[in-house]
Structures are given as structure tokens and as C-alpha cells.
Design a protein around this ligand. Structure first.
Ligand code: HC0
Ligand code: SF4
Length: 579
């Protein structure tokens, strides 16, 4: 170990530890705008670009960036003497000199790390005149790039290249014009961007934000000719509370339903209902492929891959187009919900398709893109009209003078609001496949599961595998979250090395609980873990925990769909992929 002093505190740290990390261990928070450490993935962004973290090391002429300077024996560090503070202020002013000052109307207002720092450092005047670069704004179906606000922290680049291995974002140009952008500065929607939103989730400023549909939702709610239905994704209930000061991992399912009702939605439903429906379709598809495989059909594509995550769907469409027949053809719960709402439910309440507006609340930005895909519309009318993120919902609730924390717990409406524990865990990595196993096991073996908790499928390991015994038939299951990890499993399939029967993939680290539309977690994995725990808790609390036992799903098949993989199901609940 190494002994050193930081701000008069004597510390002992392991060799190779940076000053930034050593200080953190000692409870000293050195500010930075670019540094980001994803502990669990062992990926670190430290380009030493922003220089806000400079500190004084006794005996050295220049100030040292704490994020890349390693501790040495006997080092004496000062993190906030007058020289350091002046330098830090100068650095901040230089960054601000090339940054728009339209904070009041910026999408990140109140949530911007640069703004917060300018406030903390009492910056009142800019002493440097920069050349304000003016880039055009790039708007895609899900993400807006306002590149003038890019401070070259390169966190987005790390997320896109190292974590997701999509490789859309990289640094271009020099000097004042340097920004992070897609190759040839093309628009995001011409690139292979998956809209996973992981870049947005770590952007410290307003350079990357989501396309905001809050106003469209307000307009629909105010239109007396429209019946407005809302569905809310599993992961939202485990994170929305954070926007209202609650501890990460606080479940707010009942308050969420109550808030949506107060906002004026005519029917408050749950995407979880459609998650149960997904299991019926995808689980049947899995068993169907398995049976054909066991009967010697060599052409049947295995493993089957889950297909409910739209970031993941874009990823394999762009990156592995030759493998398009491997994923399940089942649409995502968001889209299944929309299709059922605009047919079965619209008929039930006697409302015309055009007069029914379906809004989804999602932890995800790719869902905004998914609901706009052409294949999910009938005569130009989309199955899901608007998708807003957990963060947008929080704004909507605040705008509407609803005191969220004081709301009573309410239930969802029926029939599309009833769900099982299997559906709730869709929101975490491992949850979709566990839900599928609960149903597929019982359907395949005809036996009742003694225990529905499959601990072997749970956890946060980025690539996991387990074998589940289907009454003598070993079913091999793979799980990956984060697209970089998914790529490894896909490559194995491509190389003929994969031994799995089924694989679950979620684009975002953690699954939807870590989605690009969730309250910002600044790379803190303990927040993701707390949300995960909350979803498993909700599953345990549910009386019904297997999708095929959801009484309203049973009713839907009896009244409308017939059986899983029926012609009607195929038409409404399945899709095909493109390259
Ligand atoms: Fe998910 Fe979903 S679980 S993708 O992770 O499958 O966004 O939460 O809504 O559609 O249900 C996100 C979360 C969903 C869908 C569901 C799936
Ligand atoms: Fe890359 Fe995802 Fe951001 Fe697209 S949304 S640029 S894929 S990190």
C-alpha cells in the first residue's frame, strides 16, 4: 500500500489508486464533469478532458488532474486551496465561454451538472470570450443532439462504444468545433443508433436529451373527442419515486396508478398485462421450436432470443441481419398492449380506433422509436400514439400540481390492468426469461411448479447461464444485458458455438430498470440494484405469479384471440424484422 495525505487526512491506499479515487474513499468529493466509472462493468471514462478535478500536489509545479494522477508514497495533496479553486473556476469559465447560456429553456435545466457546478462555484461573469460554435440540432424519433452544448466529456462515447459496442458516437473536429458526433456528422436516424438512450443517461449537460412528448399527451387529455388510455411499464414503478425524493428501490405502483388517474387518463392500465400476454405467445413459440428440434427438425432456429427490447431489436437488425429468424417473432408488451387496446378493448367500450389514444409510460427512449415503426400502425394510425419516459411523467405530475408523495395507493383498471408477478419482473435483467420458464415449464410438463423463484436466473452478472430441468429435459438458458455483452452471445451463435435453447437480451445494463428514460443514476449501480430488488419484492407480493394464470389473459384468449400463435395472434401480436 501507499501512504499519502489529502487535505490533511492521512490515508493508505492500494498501489495504482488515483487521487480521485483515494479522495472518494476518504469522503472527499473532488468535482469532475467527464469522469465516470461503471464499477460492475469495470469500464472507466477518464479522458482528463474537463480538467475540473485539478488538485495541487506539493512539490509539483503544475496542478494535476486527480482522475488520472496516481498516488505515490508520501504525496501531499490539496483539493481546495486558493490556487486550486482559482484554477477550477478558470476551467469552468473557459468551458462556459463556449457553451450556450440559454439555461432557462434548456431541457436539462435543473438537472445539468455544468449548471450545478457554475452555481456552486458562484460564477457570475465570464472573463473569456469564446467563439460560440453553432451546430444544427439533430432530431431523431427518440433523441435530440444539441451539439452546441457538448463539453467533450466523452461519456456518451464510452457508453456507445465500450458498453454498447454500437460505435455511433466519436469525437470529431478540433478546437472550439470539437464535439462528439456520428461519423461524417450524419444524423442519428441515418446511423445504426439503437436509441438505447445510454448516452443520454450519462450526458452531464443538455447536449443529449430525449424527444419530449409531454405536450402531445396534455393535448390528447384535453381533447373531449378522445378516449385516452395509459399503460405503464414494469420498471417505472421501481424508479419514479426517486423523482419525488424517495429512496431508490421504493415501489410506487399504487401512487403511480393514482397519479395517472388524477392526470385525467380515462383508463389506467398496465403494460404488465401485455407482458403476461407476451409470455403466452413467446413461451408457446419456445416450446414449439423445442418440440420440433427434439423431433429431429434440423432447420428449426435455436436458441430463441427474446424480442421485447426495442434497442436490442434495432441492434440485431443493424448488426446481425443474417440472424433475423432467430429472435422470437413476438412483439414487445408495449406493442401488444397497443394492438389489443385498439381492437379488443376499443370494441368493448365502443370507441373508434381513431378516437382512442394510447399513451405508454416507459423507462426507455427506444420505445419512442418502436411505437413509430410502420409495422405497428393500421392505416397510418399507430397502435401506441405516444411514449413518454419516467422522467417526462415526473414533470407532468409536477406540472399538474399533484402532490405525489401524499397520494393514496390505487389499483389499475380492468381488463388491461391485471397482471401477475411474472410480468412485474420483466423490468429487470433475467425477468423475462424467468417469467417464460414459469409458464413453459407448466405447459410442457403438465406439472405444477413447487417453487416459482428461479434464483439461478437472477443477479447482475452481465452474462449468465443456467440449466433448468423440465422434468428430465435440460433447458439451457443464457442471459445478457448491455449490448456489448449481447454481442458476445450473438457471435457464439453465429460461430455455431452456442449451446443455449433460449436467450434473454436487454439493451441496457440492468435491463429496463437501468433504461435511458429513468431518473438519472449517474452510473451508480447500487441504485439499479435497489430497483431490481423492488421488482422481485412486488413479484413476491402478488397472489398470482404465473402469466398463464392471469384471469384476464385467459378471458382475452377465450373471447378474442383463440389460442397462442393463432391466426389472430399472429396478425396482432407478432412481427417480422428488417435489415
Ligand atoms: Fe421494459 Fe417491456 S420490460 S421492454 O424492459 O418486455 O421499456 O420496464 O415495458 O414493452 O413489459 C421497457 C420495462 C417494458 C415492453 C414490458 C418488455
Ligand atoms: Fe449509442 Fe445508444 Fe446513444 Fe444510440 S442511443 S448513440 S446506440 S448509446
Amino acid at each position: 500500500t501507499i501512504k499519502l495525505t489529502i487535505d490533511n487526512k492521512v490515508l493508505e491506499v492500494a498501489k495504482g489508486t488515483t487521487i480521485l479515487k483515494a479522495a472518494k474513499e476518504a469522503g472527499i468529493h473532488i468535482p469532475t464533469l467527464c469522469y465516470l466509472h461503471l464499477h460492475d462493468l469495470n469500464i472507466e471514462n477518464k479522458p482528463a478532458g474537463c480538467r475540473v478535478c485539478v488538485v495541487e500536489v506539493a512539490g509539483r509545479r503544475n496542478l494535476a488532474p486527480a482522475c488520472v494522477t496516481e498516488c505515490t508514497e508520501g504525496m501531499v495533496v490539496s483539493t481546495h486551496n486558493i490556487r486550486v479553486l482559482n484554477a477550477r473556476k478558470t476551467v469552468l469559465e473557459l468551458i462556459l465561454s463556449d457553451h450556450p447560456t440559454d439555461c432557462l429553456i434548456c431541457a436539462k435545466n435543473g438537472n445539468c451538472e455544468l449548471q450545478t457546478m457554475a452555481q456552486e462555484f458562484g460564477i457570475r461573469k465570464l472573463h473569456y470570450e469564446g467563439e460560440q460554435s453553432t451546430y444544427r440540432e439533430d432530431t431523431s424519433p427518440a433523441i435530440i443532439r444539441d451539439v452546441d452544448k457538448c463539453i467533450m466529456c466523452r461519456r456518451c462515447e464510452m457508453m456507445c462504444n465500450e458498453v454498447q459496442t454500437v460505435g455511433v458516437l466519436s469525437a470529431v473536429n478540433r478546437g472550439f468545433m470539437s464535439v462528439v458526433a456520428p461519423a461524417f456528422e450524419m444524423n442519428l436516424d441515418h446511423s445504426v443508433c439503437t436509441y438505447c438512450g445510454q448516452c443520454v443517461a450519462v450526458c452531464p449537460t443538455g447536449a443529449l436529451t430525449e424527444v419530449d412528448h409531454t405536450n402531445a399527451v396534455i393535448r390528447a387529455l384535453a381533447d373531449p373527442t378522445k378516449t385516452v388510455v395509459v399503460q405503464t411499464a414494469p420498471a417505472v414503478r421501481a424508479a419514479l419515486g426517486e423523482e419525488f425524493g424517495m429512496e431508490p428501490g421504493t415501489l410506487v405502483t399504487g401512487k403511480l396508478a393514482a397519479a395517472l388517474r388524477r392526470l385525467g387518463f380515462n383508463y389506467v392500465f398496465d403494460t404488465d398485462f401485455a407482458a403476461d400476454l407476451t409470455i403466452m405467445e413467446e413461451g408457446t413459440e419456445l416450446l414449439d421450436r423445442l418440440t420440433r428440434h427434439l423431433n429431429g427438425d434440423k432447420d428449426v432456429p435455436l436458441p430463441i432470443l427474446t424480442s421485447c427490447c426495442p434497442g436490442w431489436v434495432s441492434f440485431f437488425e443493424h448488426q446481425f441481419p443474417e440472424m433475423r429468424d432467430i429472435p422470437s417473432t413476438a412483439r414487445s408488451p408495449q406493442q401488444m398492449f397497443g394492438a389489443i387496446a385498439k381492437t379488443y378493448f376499443a370494441d368493448k367500450i365502443n370507441v373508434k380506433r381513431e378516437d382512442l389514444v394510447v399513451v405508454s409510460i416507459m423507462p426507455c427512449l427506444a420505445k419512442k422509436f418502436e411505437c413509430q415503426r410502420d409495422e405497428f400502425a393500421t392505416n397510418g394510425n399507430p397502435d401506441v400514439d405516444f411514449s413518454i419516459s419516467t422522467r417526462e411523467l415526473a414533470h407532468l405530475i409536477k406540472q399538474s400540481n399533484i402532490e405525489f408523495n401524499a397520494l393514496p395507493d390505487e389499483d389499475f383498471d380492468n381488463p388491461l390492468g391485471e397482471s401477475t408477478g411474472a410480468a412485474v419482473i420483466f423490468g429487470t435483467t433475467g425477468g423475462v426469461i424467468e417469467a417464460a420458464v414459469r409458464t413453459a415449464y407448466e405447459v410442457h410438463t403438465g406439472k405444477k411448479l413447487e417453487k416459482v423463484d428461479f434464483e439461478e436466473l437472477r443477479g447482475m452478472e452481465y452474462i449468465r447461464e443456467a440449466t433448468i430441468d423440465f422434468n428430465g429435459l435440460p433447458i439451457r438458458i443464457g442471459i445478457a444485458h448491455g449490448l456489448g455483452n449481447a454481442r458476445k452471445l450473438l457471435q457464439d451463435i453465429k460461430d455455431g458455438k452456442s449451446e443455449f435453447h433460449a436467450i434473454e437480451i436487454m439493451a441496457c445494463p440492468g435491463g429496463c430498470i437501468g433504461g435511458g428514460g429513468q431518473p438519472l443514476h449517474h452510473g451508480d449501480s447500487s441504485i439499479i440494484k435497489a430497483r431490481q430488488k423492488a421488482l422481485y419484492q412486488e413479484d413476491t407480493n402478488k397472489t398470482i405469479r404465473k402469466s398463464h394464470e392471469n384471469p384476464y389473459i385467459i378471458q382475452l384468449y377465450e373471447e378474442f384471440l383463440g389460442k397462442p400463435l393463432s391466426e389472430k395472434s399472429h396478425h396482432l401480436l407478432h412481427t417480422h424484422y428488417f435489415d
